[in-house]
Design a protein around this ligand. Structure first.
Ligand code: NDP
Length: 244
């Protein structure tokens, strides 16, 4: 069967591309013809992704970066503009679980770290690439949320609050770009077999969970030019969009 090439010639930026869901999204986007700009701290993981993408005959640009460095995120937009003049899609996937803990026991530095990666970095990213997305024929942005944003269970509060803040940001950004060609949505992957999930649920048998490669096509669909939804949450478990 012919591989769908809906992203041929597109430039797609993916954060957290060194492993897990972001890595699989990088492989999937490249398979569909995109040039992938892959962001994460772990150079080894990014190089592995690069090797896999090159083996498919596609290409990637590796950006080793700590998303807590806001000025580095600012430079990213400028660098993409200089190189390509536009950006077709952003997958804001990088995230941290932080500590599962009662609120009163969360250390300020743990709070700050999770909020910086899960919320502030995505705000800095929107700020850095908004104009580039608007210049693209079909600019698309998707941010990886979690069911935790709504369930907000005891001890999951820090992570839950960060994802709820992210969803609120995506919803209001989507409203702002409603009358442009850009579309912005959130994505809830459900439980996926990754390092983060193993940390959150150490007693769980990972074999019972879908792999990142299995869910990546649905995530990458949200940066496809064919996507029409805006300000929605796509949930893997229901297979449907719902309002944020
Ligand atoms: P992983 O822990 O496997 O991967 C997280 C990615 O984020 C890594 O590539 C990591 O790269 C990157 N990252 C984390 N901190 C930083 C930082 N400071 N700077 C740059 N990159 C960073 O997690 P998953 O693949 O499971 O998670 C991906 C997304 O999916 C997250 O937003 C998560 O909240 C969400 N999610 C996951 C679920 C699951 O079951 N797995 C369920 C619901 C939501 P590096 O360490 O190299 O910097």
């Amino acid at each position: 069967m012919a591989v769908q090439q809906d992203l041929a010639g597109k430039v797609i930026l993916i954060t957290g591309a060194s492993r897990g869901i972001g890595y699989a999204a990088g492989v999937e986007a490249a398979r569909r013809g995109a040039h992938v700009v892959a962001v994460a701290r772990t150079v080894g993981g990014l190089e592995e992704l690069d090797d896999e993408i090159q083996e498919m005959g596609s290409s990637a640009t590796l950006v080793p970066l700590d998303l807590r460095d806001g000025e580095a995120i600012d430079r990213l937009g400028a660098a993409i503009f200089e190189r390509w003049g536009h950006l077709d899609g952003v997958i804001g996937n990088a995230g941290q679980l932080g500590v599962l803990s009662p609120w009163a026991h969360i250390k300020p530095e743990d709070f700050e770290k999770v909020m910086t990666v899960n919320v502030t970095a995505n705000y800095r990213l929107i700020r850095s690439v908004d104009l580039l997305l608007r210049q693209a024929p079909d600019g698309r942005a998707v941010f990886v949320s979690s069911g935790a944003a709504r369930s907000a269970r005891p001890f999951w509060g820090l992570y839950a609050a960060s994802k709820a803040a992210l969803d609120a940001m995506v919803k209001s950004y989507a409203g702002e770009i409603e009358n442009t060609r850009v579309r912005a949505n959130s994505f809830n992957p459900g439980p996926v077999r990754t390092a983060m999930r193993a940390k959150a649920m150490p007693g769980e048998n990972p074999e019972t969970l879908p792999t990142p490669a299995e869910i990546a096509p649905k995530l990458v669909d949200l940066v496809s030019p064919g996507l029409t939804q805006n300000g929605q949450l796509f949930s893997i478990q229901s297979g449907e969009f719902s309002p944020l």
